[in-house]
Design a protein around this ligand. Structure first.
Ligand code: SF4
Length: 177
């Protein structure tokens, strides 16, 4: 990588991959209740989430890598949310927006899941009822920090190791013959 002065800079592949990923997160807006209104504010022009490269909300799980669960989640809805999460390609991240998504909030009743971390791996929790759009922006920045600290290349090489087809003993014998 060359600098403007004609010299060069060094970096790691992890740093470049994480820089690109952290600045191009595509949120899946899982608006389940009143917190979704604040999530819409976060996505609107006033708070300008485009500064962080995340203005492209995606309603297809195949195109999203950041699920924002905004609002309380019923047990019936939890199956659908989990299925959409499973359809998102990795690497992916999850934000629980508001007291209800994080803990069930005021809904201490049999029909509401007492925190979406009962069925989803949550990366960042946002307190408040409802949290303001600035808090959602802060959570996005926390996710970016988390991505920048990841060892992306090493992790993905490890994930791919299970896909390598190794010869069976019989094939080894045939190769050796
Ligand atoms: S935290 Fe408050 S605003 Fe958000 S879903 Fe619960 S009751 Fe609604």
């Amino acid at each position: 990588m060359f600098s403007e002065e004609g010299g060069f800079l060094t970096t790691s592949v992890d740093a470049v991959v994480n820089w690109a990923r952290s600045n191009s997160l595509m949120p899946m807006p899982m608006g389940l209740a009143c917190c979704a209104i604040e999530m819409m504010g976060f996505a609107g022009p006033k708070y300008d989430v485009a500064r962080f490269g995340s203005e492209a909300m995606r309603f297809s799980p195949r195109q999203a890598d950041l699920m924002i669960v905004a609002g309380w989640c019923s047990h019936k809805m939890a199956h659908t949310v989990r299925r959409i999460w499973d359809q998102m390609a990795g690497p992916k991240w999850c934000i629980a927006q508001g007291a209800c998504a994080s803990t069930g909030g005021m809904h201490r009743c049999y029909g509401v899941v007492q925190g979406i971390d009962n069925f989803l791996p949550v990366d960042v929790y946002i307190p408040g009822c409802p949290p303001r759009p600035e808090a959602v922006l802060h959570a996005l920045m926390d996710i970016q920090e988390k991505i920048r600290a990841e060892q992306s290349v090493a992790n993905e090489a490890h994930d791919l190791s299970g896909l390598v087809v190794k010869p069976t003993d019989e094939e080894r014998r045939l190769i050796a013959a």
